[in-house]
Design a protein around this ligand. Structure first.
Ligand code: FAD
Length: 553
């Protein structure tokens, strides 16, 4: 599409890559036991594109004329495929609606500007025509941040930033890079790596999400323990607003009133279009290693993570799965042969001899990078803390495998949808003092909700981002259901999980943002006064509601 790469219209990622279970002997029995799904039964398939009903474009000639004047005919596209690809993100709700041809409102036109001047002309034309503008990065969000409102009767323009994909300059003295907002993760890392630098921001959606999308949703990457969340990484930016360009020079810190930078972080297109940003960059490390560890139970695993966050140890990631997710990880392992099989069996026998209950086992991945001496020292510090908390070092093998495979896991949702199960995620953050009760409440709330809708389901969790005072807990849940009511049932379970976060002193989202999906909880998350302030900010910048209306508040 105009030289811009997109994910396939009906699912995650690129054609030709898919999740397979034939080489994973424990997967089918696991799925049968946990969600009652028989993987030997014939699988469904996503529909063909011509089976989808696409509402006609409502783009009128006056706005089309102005867009063509600004960008040229080629970059003003009303083809069905382009419009459909730009309608949703990639939540399971989006995937199901796409498969069922539930496209109430799709953008009327997709524009592909080449530079900031063209973005300005598009924004001004859209506002003048009282149309709607929705910036589009990689289309990977899972909160309904992209979709036009169902009843939107104005013309809807999706502005795809995919042609703004360059690293523009690197300030080597400061350790800052100026990067265009439409650059996808691999493209920007490749341009930085060529010159010996990295941004260090690796969300699980890295391959299909953009710098602008990360900023607009307050994203967090798996190495945030070292590099920080995108809010820490982003130091300056440019944002096109109606009739203006907001410019923030890169600064290490500033005390000039409430932070405008912070207002833009997480704004999901409601304040304008981010065209480029200055971000912190770091020299590529000499060594990088991710090791696996085992803990005898979830409580001790959480206490170990907390101890690591408060210690002198410097890790890039400290992640630990609860027993449910650990069991799932083992179920997705490929068939082991020879020495590997023998080594795994030997470890489990050793744990049993030590009195561990393998049903409570928690697997953890902890990463290190830097000079060889630094890495060696950090590994030693962490080993001491892990041992103090009753855990053990497993070694490099599973850690390396996790590192290679982490960007392929999202293909699992399409595989499950083909076989009649809906899976998605919800994540939160809370102080360490509240974390374990939040976990217990959320598992109980989800299981109760699954029972209420009468679907067999499974929920599992890992701790994924670690801070001084608390951490992010990331829940994955699935229900076996492909009835007409699957979305209502999914909503019921998702609502129970979100409400449990709020009731248990957590936030409604640590890094996925708000969109339409989380908006109903905003006043509980930031208080009614906080929600009002956000609304007034949006109204002030965009009084006619032309910029991605309805999202967040
Ligand atoms: P899009 O989905 O295209 O857009 C998201 C929102 O940002 C929309 O409101 C859009 O209008 C706005 N927007 C996009 N670009 C701009 C711009 N230039 N200016 C103004 N507004 C803009 N998120 C994480 O943080 N960490 C993870 O580990 C992670 N893992 C994921 C794994 C999977 C399988 C999936 C499906 C999602 C995951 N996400 C994760 C969520 C998602 O990838 C992030 O929210 C990401 O930041 C979205 O970026 P994008 O470029 O795809 O934005």
């Amino acid at each position: 599409m105009n030289g811009v790469k997109h994910m396939k219209w009906w699912g995650w990622g690129v054609d030709g890559v898919a999740f397979h279970h034939e080489d994973k002997p424990n997967f089918a029995p696991f799925v049968l036991e946990k969600v009652g799904l028989d993987l030997d039964a014939p699988a469904g398939r996503p529909p063909a594109f011509d089976e989808i009903e696409v509402p006609a474009s409502r783009l009128g000639d006056p706005l089309r004329g102005q867009l063509v004047d600004a960008l040229g005919e080629k970059y003003v596209v009303t083809e069905d495929m382009d419009r459909v690809v730009h309608t949703f993100g990639k939540s399971v709700r989006d995937l199901i609606r796409m498969r069922r041809s539930q496209l109430k409102r799709v953008p009327d036109v997709v524009v592909y500007p080449a530079d900031e001047e063209q973005v300005r002309r598009v924004v001004d034309a859209v506002v003048e025509a009282d149309a709607v503008l929705i910036p589009f990065g990689g289309g990977s969000n899972i909160v309904g941040a992209l979709e036009p409102l169902a009843g939107e009767d104005r013309q809807v323009v999706s502005l795809d930033l995919g042609r703004l994909n360059k690293v523009l300059e690197i300030d080597e003295e400061a350790g800052l890079a100026r990067i265009q907002a439409g650059a996808l993760g691999p493209a920007l890392e490749e341009q930085l790596n060529r010159r010996g630098w990295t941004m260090g921001h690796f969300p699980d959606s890295f391959t299909h999400s953009t710098l602008g999308g990360w900023i607009a949703t307050r994203s967090s990457g798996m190495q945030s323990d070292k590099y920080g969340d995108i809010g820490d990484v982003t130091r300056g930016l440019r944002m096109v607003q109606p009739g203006d360009v907001l410019v923030l020079n890169p600064l290490p810190a500033t005390s000039t009133g409430p932070s405008v930078r912070e207002m833009i972080l997480g704004s999901e297109g409601r304040l304008g279009v981010i065209t480029e940003a200055w971000v912190n960059v770091h020299r590529l490390p000499e060594e990088r290693v991710v090791l696996a560890y085992f803990f005898p139970d979830w409580s001790r695993a959480l206490r170990a993570m907390q101890a690591i966050s408060k210690s002198e140890a410097q890790v890039i990631v400290a992640r630990v799965s609860d027993p449910r997710e650990t069991a799932f990880s083992f179920a997705t392992q490929k068939k082991q042969k020879g020495v590997k099989k023998y080594a795994t069996e030997a470890i489990f026998k050793l744990l049993q001899r030590r009195g561990w209950d393998l049903d409570k086992l928690c697997m953890s991945f902890i990463g290190f990078e830097g000079s060889k001496a630094h890495v060696a020292r950090q590994k030693q510090l962490v080993k001491e803390l892990v041992t103090e908390h009753g855990g053990m070092v497993v070694g490099k093998g599973p850690g390396a495998l996790y590192d290679q495979k982490k960007f392929d896991t999202p293909y699992l949702r399409d595989f499950l949808l083909d076989r009649g199960a809906a899976a998605d995620v919800s994540e939160t953050a809370a102080p360490y003092s509240k974390l374990e009760p939040l976990y217990d409440n959320t598992i109980a709330a989800a299981e109760e909700a699954m029972a209420e809708v009468g679907s067999q389901g499974y929920i599992m969790c890992h701790l994924s981002h670690n801070y001084h005072s608390g951490a992010c807990l990331y829940f994955t849940f699935a229900i076996a259901d492909d009835s007409e009511q699957v979305l209502d049932k999914y909503d019921h379970v998702k609502r129970a999980i979100q409400q449990s976060f709020i009731d248990s002193s957590g936030t409604l989202s640590h890094h996925h943002g708000v969109g339409l999906e989380h908006a109903p909880w905003m006043s509980q998350d930031v208080s009614p006064a906080g929600e009002r302030m956000i609304g007034e900010l949006f109204d002030g910048v965009d009084p006619k509601g032309n910029l991605n209306p309805g999202k967040i508040v």
